[in-house]
Structure formats: C-alpha cells, structure tokens
Ligand binder design. Structure first.
Ligand SMILES: [Zn+2]
Length: 326
C-alpha cells in the first residue's frame, strides 16, 4: 500500500504471480528488502522466457509452480532464462528452470563465476558467532535457505545488446552495467510496453551501488525514460512506471552531489554518510545501504580502481543499522 501512498507503484504489492495488463507476468515478493527480489515471465504461444530466479530453491520452485499453473503450454519446458545480474537473489534458483537456455551478460557470467552460494551458507552458519555484523547478516538473510544450491551458470552470454524472439514476441536485452553490479541487463518487451529491470530499479528501498560508476546508472534511467513504457517491474518493490525511474534517478543524483561535497571537504565515508540529509527518502527501506553508495562514490571521486571490500561494507552497514534502531 505504501507504493500507492508514494505514487510510485501502479499495482498492489502483494506476494505472488501478477498478470500484467499488456502481457507477461511479474512475480513479486514484498517487502522488497534484502533478498526479497522480483522476477518475470514472458510468454507467446508455447514459448516462454523467465526473467531471473530467486534467492533459494524453495522460493524459486514455488514461483515456477505458479507460472506452470498459469501458462502450462508455454512453461511445461522453459525456453529461456535471463539473469539480469549476478546477485544471488536473482540467480540462486537457476538449476530449477529445466531445459532453458540461460542468458546473461558476459560481465555477469564473470562475476557469477567468482562466487559460490556455498559461501553464503557457511557465512550464515557462522553468523551467530560474528557479533554485530553477524546479527546484521541474520537480520537480512535468515529467512532464506542457502543449503544445497548448485551454482548453475549462464550458457549463453553477450555484451551490449541481444535481441530475442519469444515465440513471435521481440524481447530486447540491453546491458546498462556496470552500475548496480558489473553486468546489469534490462529485459525490454517493446510490444507490451513492459520492462523487467533487475536491480537497476529498487522501488521504496535504497538502491545499492555495488559496482558503479553512478553515471552509467543515471544514463540507464534516461534510457528507460526515453522508452514508451507502461509497466516496469523493478528488481525489488512494487510494479511502477516512469515515476519510479525518476525517483531512483533523483536519489542517485542527490546522493552523488551530496557525497561529492563531503569528499571535497575531506570527510570520511562514515562521517559523510551520517551527515547527508535523507529526509526525502525517509519512507524507503534499508537505509543503511547509503554507506555502500557513499563508499563506492568516494572510490569513483578518488579514481580508485580497487573494488569495494564487501565484508567491510557489511560491518559499516551493521553499525548504521544498529545505531538507527537505538
Ligand atoms: Zn536483488
């Protein structure tokens, strides 16, 4: 309901499969916070494309069962699976989409190849003994089951753009990353005026600038705003339209500019994070992510090519999250 209140959601944000007015389906997972990702289904005749799987096998198998129930002819065997990017909440269920050609950007494949869901399982087992950061991991991820996930990598990759036909329906894959991650891809169905954005859009939650540069992400928003789109399914949060894209772009520009002032003034990442006024984004979830965004922006401003240290960033987020609860 918050989506309506904020004017960024155009459909009720309820768990499960939503048939889209102009074709296709969205699978939504409120509240859209850490790990609660959305996915999509595009069908034409007896051909189907799944846009992203979910964080664990149980969630993914529930989703696939609902899709088969809604569109049996197209989904008794899936034809295509697109991974919009390499985060586990968009690809940990890949092994369950039997028969599908798995497509992603080359950069996404490289990022996925460097990770293993088993690491997440071990981390969660260790979390209770890890103090503040362990508590934060449990807060974010304890609802998910990372045991026994067989990493299943994309079998077909591209860089830049790839046009597919799902039945007779054109589907355009457009790489806009590195931005949120190294290889973000948008799944665009021009005939339906529909797009599945992966985590290039978070609605009602703070986005995460894991990779940057932020300019690519701002440009991706311009690209979406120039298209005739009626239905935009974000990676997290309620279904939206151009208003959701504008809100996200506004956030990125604001945080970039505010972080730059503080970088120029010599403030530390944490001091800048605490100093930036986020009153306009009060209703957006997972506010601790601001520290990742500031840290990545600082690296950009300093021309520092070293990737972020994820462990350090989780420690900073844990600290912020704890401070904000007290
Ligand atoms: Zn995600």
């Amino acid at each position: 309901m918050l989506g309506f209140a904020m004017g960024l959601g155009i459909k009720p944000f309820t768990q499960g499969l939503h048939e889209l007015a102009n074709g296709g389906y969205a699978w939504l997972q409120p509240d859209g916070g850490w790990g609660w990702s959305n996915a999509g289904l595009i069908v034409d005749g007896d051909v189907s494309l799944v846009a992203d799987t979910l964080f664990d096998k149980r969630l993914t198998s529930d989703m696939l069962a609902a899709m088969k129930n809604a569109e049996y002819a197209a989904t008794h065997s899936f034809n295509f699976l697109v991974n919009t990017h390499a985060n586990g909440d968009h690809c940990n269920g890949n092994e369950l989409v039997h028969g599908a050609e798995i497509i992603a950007s080359q950069a996404c494949l490289e990022e996925l190849s460097a990770e293993n869901p088993e690491m997440m399982h071990k981390l969660m087992q260790a979390a209770p003994g890890m103090g503040e950061v362990g508590e934060f991991f449990l807060h974010c991820f304890s609802a998910f089951d990372f045991e026994g996930i067989n990493r299943t990598l994309p079998s077909r990759t591209f860089s830049g753009a790839l046009d597919l036909l799902v039945g007779d329906k054109p589907v355009h894959l457009r790489q806009v990353g590195p931005a949120h991650t190294k290889g973000d891809v948008l799944v665009y169905v021009p005939g339906d005026k529909t797009m599945f954005t992966g985590d290039i859009l978070f609605i009602e939650g703070h986005p995460i600038l894991w990779a940057g540069p932020v300019s690519n992400w701002i440009d991706a928003c311009d690209y979406m705003l120039a298209l005739e789109l009626e239905t935009i399914v974000p990676g997290h949060g309620p279904i939206t339209d151009h208003r959701g894209v504008k809100a996200l772009q506004g956030y990125l520009i604001y945080v970039r500019d505010e972080a730059k002032k503080r970088f120029d003034a010599g403030m530390s990442v944490m001091d800048a994070t605490l100093d930036i006024n986020l009153i306009d984004y009060d209703s957006w979830g997972d506010a601790e992510r601001i520290v990742i965004n500031v840290a990545t922006l600082y690296k950009e401003f300093a021309n520092d090519p070293e990737p972020n240290n994820t462990t350090e960033l989780f420690a900073l987020m844990a600290q912020l999250h704890k401070d904000r609860r007290h």
